[in-house]
Structure formats: structure tokens, C-alpha cells
Design a protein. Structure first.
Lengths: 356, 542
């Protein structure tokens, strides 16, 4: 293992990001695999670089890096940041192991789709946003010892995030506010208070598989950040919850308006002291009360020809001893009886009822 | 064959003609059963069939559906017949040779009346010529409509400018030395002003239920304005009255009951709206045809069954100053100055003068200015008013807002705009554009009817709200018609529409970068019409 050390600040002259990244690439091509870099805010360190022999891994020990540590890094790269790192740690991480022994800035693990990111402190706002999991590769993991900022895990599509909620007593939520908006996939394990989370996710209890995963993962994580002593206090899995996206079926069911009218609204309706309404709905057309026209029969000219009976489309007309009657349960008030009767026995009147 | 007289009303004079295909008809009678206008009837027609050779011609009798030719039974084109026909054998077709309005006046010596909205619409809609063109694209972070918590609330009530608050420090606390006028933070879309009587009791209650549901289940502080037809006492005495803005118009209908109920009310209403005029028939008073003055409407309004005409003006008011001193003062006093009082006028060339006068209100009792544009709907109006009077809402709202801006007093009396919103299917966009032009919020009535299932449209279909024969059970008091309306379904649909509109408003707020409603953010608007650009003072683009 050939080791190469880089000082990025020499006599007040700072190496640019371009110079540093090109130097790293050149040294990797020369066969160096182990880098110790005293950075000066240079971006993207540890990413977009790989050994010719892909079986060989690259190791980075970083101090004071700039944004996007390990951006687009591949499997076989491991990065250890001594102290904190600014925004976008592990941006588009595609397989590297990144350890930050401190806090991370905003959008840590943004779009990570592989590898593991371990953080021994807090991470900023929008962390874990758009994490994904391509089933042809290992699922990305994102471990945070303390808490995340607001709007984290937005539009998360896959992968596993673990927020251990250590040293968070002062916060009302270990995920800040309004996290998980647009989350459609993946899992977030959380220990501690959660508030103001997006409506598209649900918080559920752990099952046995979850506990097994967390149990072994937690040990590995704490080991990586050299805090195994916290294992006991973090491994009471009753303190943990799991956040997963809602499916169509378990969209939080709100009371229907009908139910509201039944249970909450003024009993029998606001007009009930002077309008009697059973709230039944008449189909159109409908017989009985719902008829707009009502036929009535007059015996005077009837020749008992039964043309009304034969032509009534509802078979509503009954004859009994030469007395004709339209059955209101069947009659819809079409007026055909009146139309076909040559003797004008049937008259049709409007049913202009008023509510009582 | 009966002879005809040329002055007789003929099928060709009617606005709608029934197209009937007897080869498809199975004489089921559904179309004639459902037609509330009695515009079609089953009849037996005699047909003569010629036979060959020396045989005599034969006659056959056929049962067919026939359109009635009379003013009373004229087809309104509502289309209920085709809705129920199992075979598509019947439909109402617009008659391009329609002479109905001429014949009606010539015959009846009376003005033509109708409901719905103006059917002229010759100007094209200004709001459709405006787009939201200032989108945050790296200039500032755009807001994600799903992520952000948007504050869709607007003040309703008088806002005092900072210099009038007279803050002082008392015992280490900041206090205002003046009594603050009442103010409510409400959803920027109000349901409104349709009176009991104009709409059926089911329609009215459905709106009230939807309002309560939106507040209590959805957490959306939507307010409903009652219209001028009174309010059921059960509602007044319930807690739900706090979502209601009580209206008082020139008829003062229903206020006796409100006053009687006051000692037993447990909640204050959301506000009071003094209605001076309405956009659909500005300068004319309310009109409720006798056919809709059902017993319960008589009771609640305290009148007999008759055509109810509200006077065009409040009888006791003679000037703007007096309105402030007398009407605003009385209505503020009604609930001991705890409830904001606003005023609604029809948009007019003179609206700005009115608004300017109100802005000078020395008593801080003017809590809102509602302007109703000419595309508003109505339950009944003289067609002459509906089609030929009024003022479009957009420029007038803008004028009022800019008048306040020029005095540095925008927002002190919140502006609400309405009249024909959602006419072309994009209610949220209309609301948003008016808000960007300076409205604190908007109100809508006719749209609620459409949500409820109104079968009419703005090009003359149905528009029979005035007849009391509404085939959808919305604008009627008739039992068998009203019971066609499913109150649960209507309330649910109104709720759903508000939820959808809420999502859509956020979809517009996000791109312009506002998490609160963008009142007066006209920089967000663009137009391809130079005249609209000049008139509204928004950016012209091409």
C-alpha cells in the first residue's frame, strides 16, 4: 500500500480543487492507494477516482475538506474525515464507505444510491434527500448518530437511513420539521421524538427483521465511529420507530362528509325545525313522491278498452271492476296513459309539492 | 290540418328545438316524466300510408314524443331528456333562428327574466390573457408545492396602519393604546352569497356542511356568506355559525330571526357583509320569483308568497359617508364591535371613489370591500340587467388596489373580488391572478352550483333558476325536484373541489416563490395583450 500525503496550503498558496483532484488521479495512476490530505475546502475529494486494478481499494484520510466529500465515489473507496465536513457529503455516493467523525453540513447523502455513510454527529437540512436503491447493487446506508435538519429525506426512493437521536434532548424532533415530503421508498429508522412529518409517510413499530438489522448494523456503525460504549443506551429497540411511505391503501382515512353530517353536524339538519326532510334522494325519473306529473282517471267516458293498461311502460295501471288506478309505486308520471286514451279519461297534473 | 296564424308562437321561434328520432324511441316515457318544464309530451300521431292499386290508403297511429309550443312550456335546453333516454333518441338542439325574446316581449308586455349568467360574453376574459410568468429559476429558490407549508390565510377585517397602533411599553410589555378592530384570518376563497330561497334548502345546507367540514376536518378556515335570505335558527345557535358571514341586503330579509336568536347564540358569526349590489344585476335589487317563495322561505323572510323584489338601494342610506356612519356602525354594534363588517358592491366605474371614501373611515369599522364583476351569476334577473349592465372585475379590482397603494394604504381594508371566476375551468388560476392583482381573496357562488350538478352553462343552456323548476334540484323549492339533489354528495364534492383548489393554488405559489398568498404581486403576472398590460400595469410579453 503506497501512501501519499498532500498539503493543500503552502506558504499561503492554496491548491485549487482542480489541481488537487488531478494530483490525486495522477498519483492513483502511479499506484498510490492511501492518501492523507490536509485539505483547504477543496470539493469532491475521494470521488470520481479509482485504481486501475479495480480489486485494489483507495483510502482517504481527510481533514478540513470542502463540499461533496466522496461525491460519485465507487465501491472500493473508503474515506475518513477527521472532524466535520460541509454540505453534500456522499453526494451521488455509488458504493464508497464514508465516515465523518463530526457533523455534516446540509444535504448529506443527497442522492446516495450505494455504499455507507457514517456520521458521528449531526447532519444538516435536506439530508438523505432522493436516496435511491437500484436492486442490481447493494442498498445505500446512511447512519447518523445524532439528528438531521429539517426537510430531510425528501423524495427518498430507496435505501436505509438510521437516525440514532443521541444527544438530542434539546430538540423537539430528531428529524427537524417537515421531513420525508415526497418519500416513496426506502426506510428510515429513528430513535427519539419526531414531529411535523410529511403526510405521505407513516411511523410504525419495528419487526424482528428490523431489530436484527439494527442490532448488527448499530455495532458496526459505533465501531466505525469509535463509540461502542453507546451501544447499551442506543440498543433498547422499543425506543425506535420505522418510517416508511404510505401505500395507497393506508392513506390516512379522513371522516367522510356523510359521516360528518351524521355525527358532527346539527342533528337532523339546520332546517329541521321547519322543513321535514329525510335526505333521501330521488332517482331521475322516480315513482311516487318523486313524480313531476301525476295522472288521475275519470270514469265518465271510459269504454274499458284497456289501451292505457297495454301502453303504460311501467305497467302501473291496474283495473278492478272497470275502475282504473295508476299505482304510484310504479308510475313515473310520463303521461302516456293520457296520450293514448282517445276518450280523455286520464288527466295529468303537475305535482308541485312544497316541503312541509 | 289545422290552419296557423302568423302571430302564433311557432316551434321555429323557440330557443331550443327537440330533436327526436322515433326509430330509436321505445316509448318508455322517461323523458316526458323528468322534464320539469313540461316541454315535451307523449302524443298519438296519425300517419297515412298509401297503398298500391285501387286499395284505399290506410292510417296508423303512432305514439311519439312531441315538443310543446308555448312560452310557459318552452324547452330550456337543460338536456334532462337525453340524460334519461336509454337509446339516445332525443336531445335539445339550439335554434339558430330563435326569436323567443322578441316574441316574449311582444306577447307579454313584460321584461324577460332568467337566471344563470350573462350569455353575451363578447369581450373575452381578461384573466385568460394573463399568465403567471415570473417563475423562480435560480434567481431565488422556488418553493416545492408539496414540501412547504403554505399559509393560505388572508385577513378579513380592518387592518390599522402601524402609525395608528400607538404602541407603548407598559410594565415591560408592548401594548397598543387603541382598541384594535376585529379581524379574522380566513381562507382566501369564500363561498358565497346565495340566499335561502334562491337555492333549495338542500343546496344551502350542503354548502354549510361543506364549510364546517373544511374547517373542522380539513383545517381550512373557509367562510361562507349566507346571502340575504335569512339563516336557520338552528344554525345561528350552533357553533358552526362562526364559519358564517351573515349578509344584510336592502331587503333585510331574515334579520328579525337573527336578532331574536342573538341572546342564545354561543358563538359570534365570522363576519357581516352589507350587500349594496351584485355584479350580475348592478343597480337592481334582489329578485326572488313567487314560484320559489315556499312556506319555509315565507317564514324565514317574514313575507307572503309573492315576487320578492329587494329595493336597488338600502332605503336608509343616501351617501357613502352615511353608509359608514350608519350601516357600518349599526352592524358593528350588532355584535358589540367583535365581528368584522364588510361591504359588497357591484363593480362600477365609480368603485374607486367608494373605496377611497371607505379608506378614510375615521372609526375603523370598515372591515372589507367586496367587488362583484359583471360575469357573476344570479338566481333571477331581468335579462336586460344581466346582459347589459355591469363592469368586469379585473380592472376594477386593480384600480381599487392601486388607489390604496398610491396612498400607502393597501391592505388596510381588505379587497375581495368575485364574478365569473372559474368560468373557463380554471378557478384556482383566476383566484391566484386576482390575488396577484391586489385582492386579499375571492368569492364564488355560481361555481358551487356547477359543482353541485347544475346542468346549465354560460351560453344559454337551461338558465332557468328564476322559474323554480331547476331540473337539478338546486335553484328550486319544489319537493320532487329538490329531492333529486343528494346533499351528502354535493357537500362532499364542494369539499373535494376546495381541496383540489388548495393544491392548485400551492402549485402556483411555489413557482413564484411565495409561501403566503401573494397579494398584490403583480410582478408575477405577464400578458400578451398590450391593452391589458397598460390597463393593469403588468408586464407586456410576446
Amino acid at each position: 500500500m503506497k501512501k501519499y500525503s498532500i498539503q493543500t496550503l503552502n506558504e499561503n498558496k492554496r491548491m485549487s480543487t482542480q489541481e488537487l483532484l488531478q494530483l490525486i488521479t495522477a498519483k492513483v495512476e502511479e499506484g498510490y492507494t492511501d492518501f492523507e490530505i490536509n485539505a483547504c475546502g477543496q470539493h469532491n475529494i475521494g470521488g470520481s477516482v479509482w485504481a486501475k486494478d479495480r480489486a485494489q481499494s483507495l483510502h482517504f484520510l481527510l481533514r478540513n475538506p470542502g463540499q461533496r466529500v466522496g461525491a460519485m465515489a465507487l465501491k472500493g473507496t473508503d474515506i475518513f474525515v477527521e472532524g466535520s465536513a460541509p454540505a453534500d457529503v456522499g453526494w451521488l455516493n455509488s458504493g464508497a464507505e464514508i465516515i465523518v467523525d463530526g457533523d455534516c453540513g446540509d444535504t448529506a447523502a443527497h442522492c446516495a444510491a450505494g455504499g455507507k455513510i457514517y456520521v458521528s454527529g449531526r447532519v444538516g437540512t435536506r439530508s438523505g434527500a432522493l436516496m435511491k436503491h437500484d436492486p442490481k447493487f447493494e442498498s445505500p446506508e446512511f447512519w447518523v448518530l445524532k439528528n438531521t435538519g429539517s426537510f430531510s429525506f425528501e423524495f427518498m426512493g430507496g435505501g436505509i437511513a438510521v437516525v440514532c437521536g443521541y444527544d438530542c434532548d434539546e430538540f423537539s424532533s430528531v428529524l427537524g420539521n417537515r421531513s420525508c415530503v415526497g418519500m416513496v421508498g426506502g426506510v428510515i429508522y429513528v430513535r427519539g421524538k419526531i414531529q411535523d412529518i410529511a403526510e405521505c409517510v407513516k411511523i410504525v413499530n419495528l419487526d424482528e427483521n428490523d431489530i436484527n438489522f439494527l442490532n448488527s448494523g448499530l455495532k458496526e456503525f459505533l465501531n466505525k465511529i469509535n463509540k461502542l460504549d453507546l451501544y447499551t443506551s442506543l440498543s433498547n429497540f422499543l425506543d425506535w420507530k420505522k418510517i416508511i411511505p404510505c401505500t395507497k391503501n393506508d392513506n390516512t382515512k379522513k371522516m367522510s362528509v356523510s359521516e360528518f353530517k351524521e355525527k358532527v353536524w346539527v342533528k337532523d339538519g339546520i332546517f329541521s325545525d321547519f322543513v321535514r326532510d329525510d335526505f333521501k334522494v330521488f332517482p331521475i325519473p322516480s315513482p311516487g313522491e318523486g313524480r313531476f306529473h301525476i295522472p288521475s282517471w275519470n270514469a265518465e267516458n271510459c269504454i274499458n278498452c284497456k289501451i292505457c293498461i297495454n301502453n303504460c311502460p311501467q305497467s302501473a295501471i291496474e283495473e278492478n271492476d272497470k275502475i282504473y288506478k295508476s299505482n304510484p309505486e310504479k308510475c313515473i308520471g310520463c303521461g302516456i296513459c293520457s296520450a293514448v286514451c282517445s276518450k280523455k279519461c286520464w288527466t295529468i297534473s303537475d305535482n308541485r309539492q312544497e316541503i312541509a | 290540418m289545422a290552419a296557423v296564424n302568423i302571430n302564433q308562437l311557432h316551434l321555429d321561434d323557440l330557443p331550443w328545438i327537440i330533436e327526436y328520432d322515433e326509430t330509436k324511441c321505445i316509448q318508455c316515457g322517461k323523458c316526458t316524466a323528468v322534464c320539469s318544464f313540461g316541454a315535451i309530451k307523449p302524443v298519438v300521431e296519425t300517419r297515412r300510408r298509401l297503398s298500391g292499386g285501387l286499395q284505399k290508403p290506410s292510417f296508423e297511429k303512432l305514439l311519439v314524443i312531441k315538443q310543446q309550443i308555448s312560452f310557459e312550456h318552452a324547452c330550456r335546453g337543460c338536456g334532462m331528456c337525453s340524460r334519461v333516454c336509454p337509446n339516445g333518441a332525443i336531445k335539445a338542439v339550439r335554434n339558430e333562428n330563435d326569436r323567443y325574446s322578441v316574441r316574449y316581449r311582444a306577447e307579454k308586455a313584460d321584461s324577460l327574466k332568467k337566471g344563470g349568467r350573462s350569455n353575451l360574453n363578447t369581450e373575452g376574459r381578461t384573466l385568460d390573457k394573463i399568465k403567471i410568468g415570473r417563475i423562480s429559476q435560480m434567481t431565488d429558490p422556488s418553493l416545492d408545492a408539496a414540501r412547504h407549508k403554505f399559509e393560505l390565510r388572508t385577513p378579513f377585517g380592518r387592518i390599522l396602519s402601524a402609525d395608528k397602533l400607538n404602541f407603548c411599553v407598559k410594565d415591560g410589555k408592548v401594548e397598543s393604546t387603541v382598541q384594535l378592530p376585529p379581524n379574522r384570518w380566513i381562507y382566501p376563497i369564500l363561498m358565497g352569497d346565495m340566499s335561502i330561497g334562491a337555492v333549495s334548502w338542500r343546496m344551502w345546507e350542503a354548502m354549510a356542511i361543506a364549510t364546517a367540514y373544511l374547517n373542522e376536518v380539513m383545517g381550512m378556515p373557509v367562510r361562507m356568506c349566507t346571502g340575504e335570505g335569512g339563516i336557520p335558527v338552528k344554525l345561528l345557535k350552533s357553533r358552526f355559525v362562526k364559519y358564517m358571514i351573515l349578509q344584510i341586503a336592502s331587503g333585510h330579509f331574515g334579520w328579525n330571526r337573527i336578532v331574536q336568536a342573538m341572546p342564545e347564540m354561543t358563538e359570534d358569526p365570522a363576519g357581516i357583509l352589507i350587500k349594496i349590489g351584485q355584479g350580475a344585476k348592478p343597480g337592481d335589487g334582489g329578485l326572488l320569483m313567487a314560484s320559489k317563495v315556499a312556506r319555509y322561505v315565507q317564514e324565514i323572510r317574514g313575507v307572503p308568497r309573492a315576487d320578492l323584489l329587494s329595493p336597488p338601494t338600502h332605503q336608509g342610506l343616501y351617501s357613502i359617508e352615511e353608509s359608514v356612519q350608519k350601516m357600518f356602525l349599526s352592524m358593528n354594534a350588532a355584535f358589540n364591535f367583535r365581528v368584522p363588517v364588510a361591504i359588497k358592491v357591484a363593480a362600477s366605474v365609480t368603485s374607486v371613489s367608494v373605496y377611497n371614501n371607505l379608506l378614510r373611515d375615521p372609526y375603523n369599522i370598515v372591515g372589507g370591500f367586496f367587488i362583484d364583476g359583471l360575469a357573476a351569476g344570479t338566481g333571477a334577473a331581468h335579462e336586460i340587467s344581466l346582459n347589459h349592465t355591469g363592469h368586469p372585475i379585473t380592472s376594477k379590482l386593480r384600480d381599487c388596489y392601486l388607489a390604496a397603494v398610491h396612498q400607502g394604504r393597501q391592505g388596510e381594508i381588505p379587497l375581495f373580488a368575485g364574478g365569473g371566476l372559474g368560468q373557463t375551468g380554471s378557478f384556482a388560476a383566476d383566484a391566484f391572478k386576482l390575488i396577484c392583482l391586489g385582492a386579499n381573496g375571492v368569492f364564488t357562488g355560481r361555481l358551487l352550483l356547477e359543482i353541485a350538478g347544475c346542468v346549465g352553462n354560460d351560453t344559454g343552456k337551461c338558465n332557468s333558476c328564476n322559474t323554480g323548476l331547476c331540473p337539478a334540484g338546486i335553484a328550486t323549492q319544489d319537493v320532487c325536484l329538490t329531492k333529486r339533489l343528494d346533499i351528502d354528495k354535493v357537500a362532499q364534492n364542494i369539499v373535494n373541489y376546495f381541496i383540489a383548489t388548495d393544491i392548485e393554488l400551492k402549485k402556483l405559489m411555489g413557482p413564484v416563490g411565495n409561501s403566503t398568498i401573494p397579494i398584490g404581486r403583480s410582478d408575477a403576472l405577464i400578458t400578451v395583450d398590450k391593452h391589458v398590460s397598460n390597463r393593469l400595469d403588468i408586464q407586456y410579453v410576446c
